[in-house]
Design a protein around this ligand. Structure first.
Ligand SMILES: Nc1ncnc2c1ncn2[C@@H]1O[C@H](COP(=O)(O)OP(=O)(O)OP(=O)(O)O)[C@@H](O)[C@H]1O
Ligand SMILES: [Mg+2]
Length: 463
């Protein structure tokens, strides 16, 4: 690593001497300047690890100069090297938080030692800063639990898209965390200081949805006593989270398309075109492509909003997240209810792993909340879990065991058998069961279509 040192001195000779000293230090690169404007300019544009100054800049009083540097670059260590040292000035200067105070002339070795110490501190404080930043960003996503590749990928996308103003489409079954992700995008974007406005299209009657979205002018309809801004406008400089977009009528979809495309709208009953500066995030728990095929969702709007799609898989497809999520909720609810730490018994863990979680993470959260309320000790056992979950988990387990059994259970009769004949029988049966659908038949036997076709030919069954 090369350290960059900025030397500020009004005397040309001094700058030359110092440069020569640092030339002997391999890992140090020096930049020199003789006035405060250039110093501030450097600090604005470039990164330095250390600043050395004699504090005699023509334009500014010495302490004022120091404070200005400190306010620009808080973490930058400063060494003051002056020929006009006095105890009082040393005390004044040290009070401003400079790293070291040396009086010229100074021996090269002493200077080098001071510089090394300052650089060490500088890299430590940088390291600390990076660690802190890493922690902060983890904290920002800290409430989103999941180690499954799908969640890790979703979080990576959140990180990417947060830096932009792109429209995002989040899809996933109910309770998979769409709103949580939408919030994470907003709070990690440079719009975080602005509002996050949420509107669930499914929660608002069709006839009110339009005025909620676009607002209205006074007198636009009976009862419109004063002008009201719509949600798009309220989300100015922030983010608008439009949830359950599949519930919008065709007419509203057309108007939304205009906002997404041109970032402008007119309030109901208004003629003035209003510019809206908002990032739009949409979500749906339906498959948007299916809706487009069925003619229930405008294709052009779909293409416009799916610039950046994020898909959240159902919990049953990311089973490795079940236990970490459970622990997260256990901790949250036990703290909330003032209980000491509570754990899941092995039996309950097993039930959770088998359950289908149709309601996804929300369902898991509710199950845990209930269990924590019911639990008197510090271990959640099946008695704290609702019977419906126990039943479905047990059924699922039986299913799984049966499938496993089917694939292995076969006894060769004592007199032996013909493998070819047996194989032919199985292939014929698979065709019958799948009503001649070769893809399905191949799947029934755990074969690829190619291998299955080969066997059909082998037994003269292809036509
Ligand atoms: N990865 C996760 N880590 C922690 N909590 C999560 C996670 N995903 C979802 N949750 C929690 O689960 C609940 C449901 O999530 P959210 O409301 O975001 O789901 P949704 O997809 O918007 O559901 P719906 O379609 O029903 O509106 C919330 O309380 C949320 O905080
Ligand atoms: Mg939601």
């Amino acid at each position: 690593m090369t350290y960059r040192v900025l030397i500020v001195d009004d005397e040309e000779r001094m700058r030359r001497v110092l440069t020569m000293v640092f030339d002997e230090m391999n890992d140090v690169k020096v930049v020199t300047t003789n006035n405060c404007v250039a110093t501030f300019d450097y600090l604005d544009r470039e990164r330095f690890h250390l600043l050395i100054t004699d504090l005699k800049v023509p334009e500014m009083e010495r302490l004022e100069f120091l404070r200005a540097i400190k306010s620009k670059s808080q973490d930058l260590p400063i060494i003051v090297l002056t020929a006009y040292g006095s105890l009082e000035s040393a005390i004044d200067v040290m009070k401003e938080g400079v790293f070291d105070y040396l009086t010229a002339p100074v021996e090269n070795d002493i200077l080098k030692l001071a510089v090394k110490r300052a650089l060490k501190m500088s890299s430590l404080s940088l390291e600390n800063k990076y660690l802190r930043q890493a922690l902060e960003s983890q904290y920002n996503f800290g409430n989103i639990i999941g180690n499954s590749p799908q969640v890790v990928e979703a979080l990576r996308l959140v990180g990417e898209v947060s830096k932009t103003d792109s429209t995002v489409l989040i899809t996933g079954e109910s309770g998979t965390g769409k709103e949580l992700i939408a919030r994470a995008i907003h709070y990690n974007s440079n719009r975080a200081g602005g509002p996050l406005i949420v509107l669930n299209c499914a929660a608002i009657p069709e006839n009110l949805l339009e005025s909620e979205l676009f607002g209205y002018e006074r007198g636009a309809f009976t009862g419109a006593e004063k002008t009201k801004k719509g949600r798009f406008e309220l989300a100015a400089c922030g983010t608008f989270f439009l949830d359950e977009i599949s519930e919008m009528s065709a007419a509203i979809q057309a108007k939304v398309l205009r906002v997404v495309e041109a970032k402008e709208l007119e309030r109901l009953g208004g003629t003035e075109t209003i510019k809206v500066d908002t990032r739009i995030i949409c979500a749906t728990n339906k498959n948007p492509e299916d809706l487009v095929k069925l003619g229930k969702f405008r294709e052009d709007l779909y293409y416009r909003i799916s610039v950046f799609p994020i898909t959240l898989p159902p919990l049953r497809e990311r089973k490795e997240d079940i236990i970490p999520l459970s622990k997260h909720f256990l901790k949250r609810f036990s703290v909330k209810m003032g209980k000491s730490p509570i754990y899941l018994s092995k039996e309950v863990e097993k039930l959770f792993m088998m359950h289908k979680w149709e309601g996804n993470i929300r369902e898991l959260q509710n199950v845990i909340e209930r269990a924590v309320i019911l639990c008197k000790g510090n271990l959640i056992t099946p008695e704290h879990i609702s019977t419906s979950i126990i039943r479905t988990s047990t059924l699922a387990e039986k299913d799984e065991l049966q499938t496993q059994d089917n694939s292995v259970q076969f006894d060769i009769p004592p007199h032996g058998l013909s493998l070819d004949a047996l194989e032919k029988q199985l292939v014929t049966q698979a065709l019958e069961k799948s009503k001649n659908n070769k893809t399905k038949a191949a799947k029934l036997l755990g074969l690829t279509r190619g291998t299955f076709r080969y066997r059909l030919q082998k037994y003269g069954l292809s036509n």
